[in-house]
Design a protein. Sequence first.
Lengths: 508, 354
Amino acid sequence: MIPFIYLGSSIFFPFNENWNHIIDNVLLDYFINSLSLAIGVGFLSFVMGTVTAWLTSVYDFPFRKLISWLLLMPLAMPAYIIAITYVGIIDNYNFLPDIRNLFGGIIMISLVVYPYVYILARGAFLEQSKELYENAQILGSSQLNIFLKISIPMARPAIILGVTLASMEALADFGTVTFLGIPTFTTGIFRTWFGMNDTVTATQMATLFLSIVFIFVFLEQNSRKKIKYSENIKTQSILNYKKTSNKNSFIIILVCILPLLFGFIIPFLQLAYWSIFISNEIIDINFFQTVKSTLFLAFISAIVISLISVFVTYVKRLKPKSITNKFMEIITLGYAIPGPVIAIAVMIPLSSFDNYINQLLLKYFNISIGLFLSGTLFILIFAYCIRFLTVSSRTIKAGLDSVSIVTDEAAKSLGANNISMFFKIHFHMLKTPLLISFLVVFIDVMKELPLTSILRPFNFNTLSIKAFELASDERIADASSSAIMIVVAGIIPVIIITKNILGKRNKV
Amino acid sequence: MQNTRFFKNNKALTAILTLIFTLSSYAVFSHSGGSHSKEEVNVYSGRKGKLIEPMLKDFESKTGIHVNLITAKSDALIKRIESEGRSSPSDLFITVDVGRLDRAKKMGLLQKIDSFSILKKLSPFYIDKDRQWVGISKRIRTVVISKKMKDRNDLQNFEDLANSQWKGRICVRSSNNIYNQSLVASLIANHGEQKAESIIKNIVKNFARKPSGNDRAQISAISKGECDIAIVNHYYHLLMLNSKEAEKKKAAKETEVLFLNQNNRGAHVNISGVAIPKYAKNYENAKQLISFMLDKDAQEWYAKTNNEYPVVKDAKVSQILSSWGNVKLDEAVLNKLGDLNPNAVKLMDRVNWQ
């Protein structure tokens, strides 16, 4: 909470003359570009995510299993790396269209964030009942109609969650848009902070930006309140995969392979080529040390954040009306805040606290313990919590919502208290959302850059720092081994999770 | 039955959680930087790890002083030093831009580098007037031009780029880039804000395309025929010349570096430099490291590894740089670039250099 108070308090500082400059010259551009980016990425991820999710959860076709987990892989690809990779390819061939514009930015970011929509929509499609589907068929609905008029509306909460996450990621992006030359709100914040050396105006811009995002999210949630979702009927008869003709299989594979090809295979092959033939990077003991610290950090953070999310969402469910919940709403907007803004917002309060403690200790015991919060991994994990609680808590909330309140009341009337009720009922329902949350945070932390680079302790390197340092120094070829390792390390949890989600279906 | 099952589950879960918690909190808090037990020096570096680590290793083995390192963007590191305040473990701050050194100084984060052996090695242009920072290497921001360009003799000074003769022929990256900001700041320092603005305004009109990509991309654009002139740091051309990628190498071979303003103030130069933060706990070790960085050998390595120019006179420049001959540099304004950076950014906003 403290970091948000810090950000919010910035509006009480006087507005200085830099605001006039910003409003006169650039604010409208920032606003239009950010908005177009958010809408563009949201829409494109929606299309790519739901179509692939639908095809892989309804039809049977060769390589379905393989394709359905490969479709998650682009998630492990940092957006700035994919942008740099494509520009590297395009620079070598004259006939390819230029992507250094808003349109290119939308495509680049969508290619790596559509898996949010895919994973959530697929989870929802798989749980839809067979009866509904069959009834629709009997009534003569075409496949397309079922998809558009039944499956999508029924999966609306999950899909909207995915699209929101995708748009938020696009809004917070810095590396990709800078590289492609798109001035957005985020680049504007840094330009004001770094270029004009004006932290106050930069924080005020961040607060303004956050308020706008908050209004959008709030409007969306209110619009949904009016619609009541009946509980999914948990039937034993989960849909069987529909057999398809050879020709249709071919078309389905083609459609599914498109996002995979552009979001993963092409950039991965290019990176592999660079890493093997061009790179001067030597893979030595240090490299493995870096891999180890990256995995360690991602693992710890993913566990901590997922557990906090469970706690927070569960408390929220028990006491939906309390004031703390309204604050939690704000906290879970962290995903839309640019990393460096979160970095200052956690750095300043935590190091003041450290300094205060140190002064006390010096005064009374004459010892100094250094920066025990802000100089250690603690601050980093704390900052990750703020950034990634959004992804995690919303995923878990979706899972928790699938248990109806009536069930809670029934359990209560049978004498269960809140804790026993959680472990007996909710925990079992949360296994899949917990795994998804773990996976997404794990991968996100692995590719996270600004927070890690600003807040890390001494001599602590991660793969994404290595990749970015080399890439931003225009040595993309040398950066390729680290980038590849991020992707490879991301594959392991992806396989575990998909096994789990697929397993459900295969048992039947 | 139900109750006992729940109890068991709960116990197991608690046990696992406690284990994870203890193990991880040990690991999480043990990464604390800057313990005071042994001889060490804590470095915050805005220069990439790869471009300094070998030298720091060398320093470690020669002096026995252990070096701890964090690399990040200079601006973020300045903020970190500021918010860490008195408890900041940072003993040495390295940046790749003189403006950032100046900013840290103005914020009162630095202290005087009090060592004759360091100061005597450098020309006064590369020492802050209050001795709060010193330069370590020089990089030149200039133009790379197509070898096929016929009217190259019309391009002598940076100011010439404003002529309509170059309409649609100039490529450059975004004005978010610090090197572009310093370049414009140097124009303001030399001409005053008004004149600088009219020059830049006309240069922007001559852009071949919307600014994007990095410096190398601008050089590639020449080879693709999108423009004739790219505004870049000199070493990117050399990096491409040494590239193993055929296309990049070809682009570098079709172009050449041209130094501007050689008959007047000299080409725009920037430095990477070092400073000692105010609350450094290992001041003497930090001075020793600076002194080491200014040794002839270290200077030659440091400059060569990024194709830059050393700041110490007796250090040799790399072979290819020496083949380019002596370059006259605009050293006099180095001390002013930091102050003028905000003005440069706003100027570029006004003339719509994205």
